[in-house]
Structure formats: C-alpha cells, structure tokens
Design a protein around this ligand. Sequence first.
Ligand code: SAM
Length: 381
Amino acid sequence: MKDNNITLFDFDRDSDKKTNWRTESIINKDMFLEVLSKIEGLNENNKVKFEIQKIIEVIKNPRKDNLGLLNISSNGDTAKVNKEVILEDLNQIAEAQTIERAKYYITRLKKGLTEIKTNKINDLNLNRWKEYNDILTESLWIFDKRDKSGAHNSGYWGNFIPQIPNQFLRRYTKQGEWVLDAFLGSGTTLIECKRLGRNGIGVELLPEVVEIANKNISSEENKFNVKTEVITADSTELNFKQELEKRNIKSVQFLIMHPPYWDIIKFSNNKKDLSNAKNVEEFLNLFGKVVDNTYDILDKGRYFAVVIGDKYSQGEWIPLAFYTMNEVLKRGYILKSIIIKNFEETKGKMNQKELWRYRALVGGFYIFKHEYIFLFKKVKK
Ligand SMILES: C[S@@+](CC[C@H](N)C(=O)[O-])C[C@H]1O[C@@H](n2cnc3c(N)ncnc32)[C@H](O)[C@@H]1O
C-alpha cells in the first residue's frame, strides 16, 4: 500500500534515496498513534512526561525499541519522519507546563501524522511544514555552489543555478502540472521538471542551444514519466496558445523567464536575440512582448518568476532589473517578492578580482555581487 505520508515527506529529489538513519526514522504509524492516544488519556502531566520520554528514547536509540514503534509490519502504515523535527515535537510535549498544553501538542502531532493539509498550488503538507527545512522563505538567497548533480552542468555560459527552478517548482507547482520557460538556454528548468515530476515546455531561439538543451534534458532520468517539450522559436513572436493547443495542453501553472541581461552576454548575432537589442528601450519592448505572449496561457492565481541582473555602462549603473520588473507590472501582474541572489564567482571573475576592486575604488562604484528574482502572481484573467 502506498502511504500518503511517505509521499508527502518525500518531497524532494531525495525521495528515492534510502533512509538516512542518522537523520530519519521510519515509524510504525498505527503503533505510534496508538501510543500517543494512550498518553493523551492520562490525567497527570508527570505521567505524560514519563511516557513521552520513553518515545524520545526509542527515537534516539532505535535498537532499544521496546514499544514496537519502529516495528514495520508488511501491511502496516509507515511514515518516514525527520528525527530532529519529531524529537523537537516530543520534547515540546515533555516540557509542557500543564497537561492541557501537553495534550494540545499531542493532538497536533497526531494530526501532522494523519492529516494532509495542502493548498492549491503545491504538494507541501502544511501540517508537517517543519520538515521542509530546505525550502527558502526569506528574500536573500545565498548559494555557495551550484547543484551539479544528475544532468546539471555548468557548461552553458549564462545559465542559472538549478536551485532557482527547484525552489519555485516545489513551492508553486504540483506534480504533473505544466511549467513554461520562455528563455530555455541549456535546459536547466526542464531538467528540474523531470526530477520533480512536473511537465515542462521550453522555448529557445538558437538551434545550436536547443541541441545542447535536448542533450542535457534527455540525459536526466524520467522517473516520474513527465513530458518535456523544447520549441525552437522566437518568444517575442511565438503564438504560445497555439503551441500548447498542438500538444493538447490547456494552460500552464508556472512561468519562469531568465532572459539575456540585455547585452552583458551576447548569445548570438541573431537580430531576434534579446542580447542584440540596440538600447534598453528595445530590450524592454522585446521582453514586454514575451510577457504579453505568455499572459493568457498562465492560469489565474498562479506565479511567474523573472531572473535578471543589472548592467554597468559608461560610468553608470543601469537598473535593468527594475525596468524589467516594471514591464511585468504594467501588464497586470502583482509583485509577490523581490529576491536578491548572490552571484557565484566564475573562474574568470576570480582572476580579475583585484583588478575590479581597484576599478571600483577609482570609479566610485560597487561591484555587482547580486542579481534579482522577481516573483509575480497573476490575479486577473
Ligand atoms: C540567460 S539565458 C537562459 C539560460 C537558462 N536559464 C539556463 O539555465 O540555461 C537566455 C537565453 O535566451 C535565449 N534567447 C534570446 N533571445 C530569445 C528570444 N527572442 N526567444 C527565445 N530565446 C531567446 C538565448 O539564446 C539564451 O539561451
């Protein structure tokens, strides 16, 4: 039998990994709930503390399980729990000042093990929210290294780190939903889609880059049997709705865009490439077209992320990211968050670090160490 709780705890890419016995316990859910219910029936707080302490000992020393909490019978319900979190919950019960409080915590723990509280836009079980300690909820994102596992590689100059789509797909989509990336590049978003069980469509202008993307995406295992579609096209001109219809897809549930940061990296000589825009106005105009073209295909109530940085030119900081954000706001989306993400140091930059420091001191400016991720929500049809 597939246990719901197993699915909900296994929210990330480690889902098919073996249990890590140092950090996780597999409990016999029926037994665990039975023991908790018995404790709930006690009428003295000292007795509650005593009994809870016994459970704590079992979690800490699984070999001394005299309560049968970790006895997994073949047809019994099991739940994989994070040791640290369950110990925290149990300690909270043991340390409660009153029996009423202790019982309140016990009820809450039982609820977390039996009921799944989800919402419409993701698969997270909010009754076990403490388990998701790797889901970011603050606006400063500092990653010291890129995720290079699986098909991810840093081969494409100008790609983003996989942690970006990973965070968003887990928070803003459910398994089996559709994600669209209008500037696919080397395919990072669609690789993440495959890993997390989301379907993905990516649009990329340059055929040679599509080739790289296809190679990368196909080398990722498709363990959730999802669909990934790569379209070679100009996103400023593409009829996205028609492309979806051709594939029998009604709409998408998450949009992500990582356009060129105007001409900071020139991706090609192709005139339609946003990195060849003649000036900021043209860049913004082209980007705006992509926002227009994709508006109708995103479901109302769903999210859209834009990853972009600023530019420094002729002694002046150009707030390209904020200009770009405005193009989206003009089109009716509401802003949900501005995230600041650090720039990891590329080898090239590292070699030039001293030189840049000198230039900054002479030129009276600060060196870019961050880029932006704007998160929008579609609130109108
Ligand atoms: C910053 S990169 C995206 C990188 C991607 N996130 C990744 O991880 O590989 C921007 C991409 O947009 C593509 N591009 C530029 N203009 C485009 C257009 N008009 N339509 C579609 N793609 C375009 C470029 O070729 C480039 O691969």
